[in-house]
Every structure is written in C-alpha cells, then in structure tokens.
Design a protein around this ligand. Structure first.
Ligand SMILES: [Zn+2]
Length: 291
C-alpha cells in the first residue's frame, strides 16, 4: 500500500537562537518550550515515501561521521535502525531526494566503507549508504555546498555528498520536475538558494485525497510556515524564505494540502484551517502517513 512513513535520525537539541533568529523569545516561548540550557528539540525527520513501486527517502539526518558536532537527546534511533525495524535494508531504497545539503539533512548519504566500530585503521573511502539508490539535489544547492563561504562553512560537510558525485549516483536537477508519476520536486529557496521541497500527489493515496507537501526546511517548525516573518538564523536568503512561504502557503490552502515539517516535534503532520480571517495550521491524521 502506498504510504509515507516519518522515519527520523533522532532528535537534536539545538540552541533556540538558531531556529528563531530575530523572533523574540517572549513570542516563540508561547509555542515552544526550551530546556534549562535554552535548547529546543529538533527532530531529524526523514520521510520514507512508498509510491509508484519505489522507496524514496527524503533527507538523511546527521549520519554517523560527525557525532561530536551534534548533541542528541538520549536514546537516538538512527535512520538505518528505523529502516531495519520496518524490515528494510539499505538496498531497498531506490531514490534519495535531498531538500538541501546541510549536515543535519545529508549525513547518511554516505558512510565509511568498513566496520563501524573498529580499532583498526579504517579505510578513508566513503561509499553511498544506499547502494541501489539514485540521489537527487538541485544543482544550485550542490554548487553552493562545494564552494562555501565564512557563513556557510560550518553547515556543509563535503564527505556527505562529494563521494556521491564521484560514485556517479548523484543527479543535479535544474529546477522543478517529476521524479516519478506521483512525486515531484519544487523550488522553495530561502533557507538555502537551492532548497527544494516535494509534492506527493493525493491520487497516490486515494480519490479526493489532498496532495502532501514535504516542506523540508522551508520551515524548521510548523509555526514558522504559519507565520511569514518567523525565519531561522540559518536562512541565507531570509526575504526569499518569506516569499517562498507566502507562495506555498497560498498553494497549500487552495489545495487543502497535508504538510510535513522537517524538524517539528509536536505537529509534524498538519494542514491549514481557516478560523475567521486567520489561517492556522492544525495537526491532521491520514491513515497513509505513519508517524
Ligand atoms: Zn538546513
């Protein structure tokens, strides 16, 4: 049966200044609770789409190559472990679509070609984690990721994506396109210039079902998709983010789209509901979306 499963690669604890940037704490703290160190939970959702007879993974979490750089909530279950819990192996993945190449979205693209826990010197060769998958990212995103500047240097790790290119499994996309009959990518620039989101056609799940918009980091948290000016500190083009959100808010409301948000801990699956003049995103349940 066609489905979208919200796998994750664990939950990061991240400084609230990163996610909320210019938004005053007095405002965001009404909707999100930080811990005593001022950190917010940031789930690394990596939706696994099964439609058109193919398993499509969206984003790859943090992986296991840069563990010391990230702070996880205890009891992390990785993307690979969650796949295994579904009875799937890395060989079962046919496509990996990357919304962008930041270190918390591209980690499991590659892994070391050797035993994970070995005292011997490991080979430095990195191989695609999903050996049968074609990987897709926008060309603009890849070009920015391999030519970083002072601002972006600490957000992109070449080991996550350059080996894909070397292995000949990475397709660089030049704009929106269909990847399968029911899955397409669309441009949503702002967080990065080459950021993309995904649309899964509602017809994949049944007659009259609304489309599913997988936001990626068009919004880190669902409240940021609802409120146009709430942009993260990481967004390199904040005004583009606002324009992207304005356009896709309109689209989502017109189609009654189901929304999936990249790092949202409480309402990862939602939809706009009108109440008077103000449109709010509320949690929704779809039997074909498994959280
Ligand atoms: Zn990002």
């Amino acid at each position: 049966m066609n489905s979208i499963r919200l796998l994750s690669d664990g939950t990061l604890l991240s400084d609230s200044g990163g996610a909320f940037g210019l938004v005053p704490r007095s405002k965001w703290s009404k909707v999100m609770a930080a811990d005593e160190k001022g950190r917010l939970p940031q789930v690394l959702w990596t939706p696994l789409i099964f439609v058109d007879g193919i398993h499509i993974l969206v984003d790859c979490g943090c992986g296991d190559k840069y563990d010391s750089l990230f702070e996880f909530e205890s009891h992390r279950t990785t993307q690979l472990e969650q796949l295994a819990q579904l009875g799937l192996t890395p060989e079962d993945i046919g496509m990996v679509v990357l919304t962008h190449l930041h270190g918390d979205h591209s980690g499991w693209c590659t892994r070391k070609n050797g035993p994970a826990q070995s005292n011997e010197i490991q080979t430095s060769a990195l191989v695609p984690t999903y050996p049968n998958a074609k990987y897709f990212v926008q060309r603009t995103e890849y070009e920015d990721a391999v030519a970083t500047n002072e601002r972006t240097r600490n957000t992109y790790f070449a080991d996550n994506f350059v080996p894909l290119s070397q292995a000949g499994v990475l397709t660089l996309l030049d704009g929106p396109c269909h990847l399968t009959q029911n899955v397409q990518v669309v441009l949503t620039p702002g967080h990065t210039a080459g950021h993309q989101s995904l649309i899964v056609a509602g017809q994949a799940f049944g007659q009259d079902e609304p489309p599913v918009l997988i936001l990626g980091e068009l919004a880190t948290y669902m409240i940021q998709f609802e409120r146009l000016p709430w942009v993260t500190a990481y967004d390199v083009l904040p005004m583009r983010t606002i324009e992207s959100k304005r356009a896709w808010q309109g689209w989502a409301q017109m189609h009654g789209a189901t929304l999936i948000c990249s790092h949202e801990p409480i309402t990862p699956v939602g939809s706009f509901r009108n109440s008077g003049e103000y449109s709010k995103i509320i949690a929704v349940q779809r039997d074909y979306i498994v959280v």
